[in-house]
Design a protein around this ligand. Structure first.
Ligand code: ADP
Length: 495
């Protein structure tokens, strides 16, 4: 059924009820009071969410532990968990539009992208792990003849998932689906500025038959609720997507508490490298604009550093800027919008600060650079292209997480590879060339979790997503993600 603007507008005008915490299958108030949720579309109050205190978090963890220990989910046959997760995917599909609209009102992503990347992708992720989990076998080790050594794969126990605001359902599902499929219990901590669609997801999980206590949700400030979760003595695994500084804190909290395993996905400063021999420079320019400006640059794999061969630099930057100007910036609930709102005022101020610093350091603002649509009261920013960015500049080194592209020219393949790697991050990259050998050489040379060739940003559930260097450790997606949510146990049996 085609989605109409009228239907979106109808859903978007409905009030959003205040939301509570989910502990032991019940919706309860938070002892930390409430958080006011502002919509980035117009800066107006949307609703409130409960703020979980450290005691609330302890109760949520205890509920997850009790559920894990009594086996209500952890010892259910994989085929049973699979059936429930498929039901959850059915419910997500049934509620695609209302989940997407709710999420957009909360985080500002344009509705076209949200429909695909949020409920659409989350439903697919639940199905992928639902189908995967009864096809994962243990091992018999090749030991001596009088020994039988079995390698079991067991769920780990209580998983804490701390997730960000840019794609809450998609990234949430990357963690929740494999964790639940493997039989773990979860305590989910959504971001303060994007919790509503995840709370709704938890509601649907209960409806699908995930037993009470297996999936708990604690909302609230990172420095209170998130910190209490990360310091818990009874969380076995912490999975996180977010900023580097918070990732560092989580490792410290782990060391201060029970040495819980920490898997971190910490963003990037991903190079998109265009050689003069790219098969179609016009197509590459359009793709380079999308690579950085979709979701207003709030994408962990965004192609935020454009490295372009000097011979085609000027023509390429002009084509890219033209493509970026043609992208429609506006109300994210409008089906025609291609660049929606920046998630929060703090984020917007940060983006503008990067532009100001780039100017000071000698960068040339080729396009944009300013706040937009301020008359709406919402948080919007022009797509911004800064040329002449040097490796020493802040814009070359630090993640903006906004619609700001740094452009740097190069002359040789060796220089391109060296500039690509001149960053502490290593999440994603793009290479545009018609030379097959060069493409493979670049894939080998670049230290990042994914290298796109003659495209940018494509992916699906079958391939792992994770970072090298300070972009983090561990992988979301693919069956490799199950490594985070399972323990290996050896049974060494004398025959
Ligand atoms: P951003 O700067 O993009 O908002 P953060 O890393 O701060 O990214 O946020 C990602 C997630 O981490 C959010 O759910 C946030 O609440 C949480 N968070 C922030 N600070 C902490 C902290 N000190 N401990 C635990 N979680 C935190």
């Amino acid at each position: 059924m085609a989605i109409t603007q009228a239907e979106i507008d109808r859903l978007a005008s409905a009030p959003v009820a205040p939301r509570k915490l989910l502990i032991e299958g019940k919706w309860v108030d938070g002892q930390g009071g409430e958080t006011t949720v502002l919509s980035p579309i117009n800066g107006q109050k949307l609703t409130t969410t409960a703020a979980a205190s450290a005691e609330d978090v302890a109760r949520a963890v205890a509920s997850a532990r009790a559920a894990f220990d009594d086996g209500r989910w952890s010892r259910m046959a994989p085929a049973g968990r699979k059936a429930v997760l498929h039901r959850l995917a059915d419910l997500i599909e049934k509620h695609t539009l209302d989940l997407a609209v709710l999420g957009v009102r909360d985080n500002g992503t344009d509705i076209g992208m949200a429909l695909k990347a949020e409920p659409g992708s989350a439903a697919g992720t639940f199905r992928y792990y639902a189908e995967g989990i009864d096809k994962v076998y243990g091992e018999i080790a090749p030991t001596a003849d009088n020994i039988l050594a079995l390698v079991h794969r067991e769920p780990v126990g209580v998983v804490a998932a701390i997730v960000p605001w840019n794609f809450p359902l998609m990234i949430g599902a990357w963690k929740i689906a494999p964790a639940l499929a493997a039989g773990n219990s979860i305590v989910l901590k959504p971001a303060e500025t994007a919790s509503l669609s995840l709370i709704r997801l938890a509601e649907l999980a209960l409806e699908a038959g995930v037993p009470p206590g297996v999936f708990n949700v604690v909302t609230g400030p990172g420095r209170i609720t998130g910190e209490a979760l990360a310091l818990s003595m009874d969380v076995d695994v912490m999975v996180f997507t977010g900023s580097g500084p918070t990732g560092r804190r989580l490792l410290q909290y782990s060391a201060q508490s029970n040495l819980k395993r920490c898997y971190l996905e910490l963003g990037g400063k991903s190079p998109n490298i265009v050689f003069a021999d790219a098969p179609d420079l016009a197509a590459a320019a359009k793709a380079a604009a999308t690579a950085i400006f979709r979701n207003a640059g709030q994408v962990c794999v965004a192609g935020s550093r454009l490295l372009v061969e000097a011979a085609v630099h000027d023509e390429f930057v002009a084509a890219l800027s033209k493509a970026a100007s043609a992208m429609k910036l506006g109300n994210p609930l409008d089906l025609a919008t291609q660049i929606g709102a920046v998630n929060s005022e703090v984020q917007l101020e940060g983006n503008l600060g990067f532009v100001a610093d780039a100017r000071k350091e000698g960068g040339e603002i080729v396009l944009g650079g300013n706040r937009a649509l301020s008359e709406t009261g919402g948080y919007y920013m022009e797509p911004t292209v800064v040329a002449g960015v040097q490796p020493s500049h802040r814009l070359f080194r630090e993640e903006v997480f906004g619609p700001v592209l740094a452009v740097t020219p190069f002359t040789t393949e060796a220089e391109a590879a060296s500039l690509a790697n001149a960053t502490d991050f290593g999440l994603a990259a793009g290479v545009w060339t018609a030379n097959l050998s060069r493409a493979h050489r670049m894939v080998r040379a670049i230290r990042s979790g994914i290298v796109h060739v003659n495209t940018y940003g494509g992916s699906d559930n079958t391939v792992p997503l994770g970072g090298m260097k300070q972009s983090g450790n561990g992988h979301d997606k693919s069956l490799h993600a199950l490594d985070k949510y399972t323990e290996l146990k050896t049974a060494w049996i004398q025959l």
